[in-house]
Design a binder for this molecule. Sequence first.
Ligand code: WT7
Length: 661
Amino acid sequence: MADQTSDQGQAIEALFAEKRTFAPAPEFQKTAQWKDPAVYERAAKDFESFWAEQAHRLDWFEQWKTVLQWDDARKAARWFDGGLINASYNCLDRHVDAGHGSQVAFAWEGEPGDTRTFTYAELLAETCRLANALKELGVKRGDRVAIYMGMVPELPAALLACSRIGAIHSVVFGGFSADSLRDRIQDGSCKALITQDQGWRRGNKILLKNIADDALKASPSIEKVIVLKRVGDAVDWTPGRDHWYHDVVARQSDKCEPEKMAAEDPLYILYSSGTTARPKGIMHTTGGYLTGVSSTHQYIFDIDPSRDVFWCTADIGWVTGHSYIVYGPLANRTTSVLYEGTPDFPDKDRFWAIVEKYNVTVLYTAPTAIRTFMKWGPEYPKRHDMSSLRLLGSVGEPINPEAWIWYSEQIGGGRCPVVDTWWQTETGMIMLSPLPGITKTKPGSATFPYPGVFADVVDQSGKSVPLGGGGYIVITKPWPAMLRTLWGDHERYLATYWSKFGHLGYYFPADGCKRDEEGYYWLLGRVDDVMNVSGHRISTMEVESAFVDHPMVAESAVVSKKDDITGEAIAAFVTLKGGGIGSKEDADNLRKHVASKIGAFARPKYITFTPDLPKTRSGKIMRRLLRDVMENRPLGDTTTLADATVVKNIADLAQSSPTEE
Ligand code: WT7
């Protein structure tokens, strides 16, 4: 476990500088879904009953027999066992059947400015056609389907089509490289892939099909590929394997019987970075997951489906999109905006133009985006009438109080509650957040666990730390949307999340946390070797192995450095074969190489060439010291180093020859 106490000391100082608190406004409270704090006590008294009540929000083909069965030895939860359910049915059919077929599910805005609207009836029909196409191509219940697309409306339809026929989707973010896509396809032995010709990003074309073709050179499990035409440029074609979406989907029936799935049948796998180079296939199941995302979406974002227009700006390739673009909002019959592109195309006011155009009422975005908007200045939001907004959400990394206040004032006009939501790919649903009609917020704090979620802050030994103190956040009881395992590797699941405090029954998220005297939780960032760059989770080991894959590189050590915009930036220390100091051009080539191995979002910002890395006598790289070097802090304890002069040299090198992008 990395020792990040010095990093956290700084984080805490910055957090507690802002003293203002924000109680729910009476006008907001008047119509709020939840305004009575008794919901916390009710859920605490009997959390299984609370979650059973939430599960009744959904339509079940067959009611469950037991709410929760917990196998403590295997850390295996079974929620709503005996229940039969289908996720796509709950997201689509039941709303259409109830007479809401003409309500907009997604108002889609393409990056070039083209638009399409999908009503619930249309999304149901498209989902059924795609589901029938998958069946025709041989995809069966339990098969894995990889999805590698941009933010087009067929993407949510693809997730829903899989869930309709009981296939397990594995979405790979469209910014990942061919190698990353291949690794994920191989790990899940996916049978089919849904992709598109090219995607739009900041006016450039992302060659999705090309990259996929590269990945498929070493993905023997893939039998069929469905290719959506989005941009229109020619693509290479493998006859028999590749099928155009418009050929194979359009001619299908728009009716497809939803499979009756057991509550604990897998819904999807989503890969996330861990502390090794190999990504972890986080597996979510159906009934509990849908219960968790539907409940949290409705009450944290205070959704009234007949009033709200919800916009979560995440990409569906990450868990935020799975839970709060697709499954949560659709289960709640929400009208959502879906946007294909970046916030600065064609100009830096694009987000605010979209808010105005679609009358967005609830906006859910990331601190890194907010800090970027701060840097661009208030003139961009000021160009637009954003009076439709009534609530703002934040997710992905700790939000600094300054950004929180800016968001509240410049975007929310001082009238919108801000909900800072803490959770992870593994938790599936938001775990800590204010309830906007109940909670007095403090800028920088995710406040309290959601009703029915139980957390604590503990020290190294697992002992609860009294209010006012800091340590590790732990989750002390199972929750319905929790991951069930890592795909094909339950031992790694046990080792990663349950070896630290599992003997106490605690789930370990690997985040540092402080609780103040009033019991508010202040999340302080990761305590393992995982970086958070612009809300993207990247493992130091993954980047290191991309470096050493380059023929010039002998060894590398990667740490994060605090960054005003991206939260953290990637800082690499690289030793070249032969021990020389590389040029600026070498650094740029290495950056390109890392981007091609992982994805552009993993490009290292800083590279320092060094003849040696600081290691313990047993050969372990001391990343803590490298972080001290990058933050210009006095070096911590160096007594365990094999050779203490190494780190002094590195500090000089980082000062004298920093290669910064
Ligand atoms: C890690 C999870 C949750 C969806 C997006 C990221 C950090 C996330 C917050 C927040 C402080 C946060 C944590 C967590 N994180 N939200 N509101 N305040 N930290 O999902 O890629 O699984 O990353 O993101 O460090 O462990 P993810």
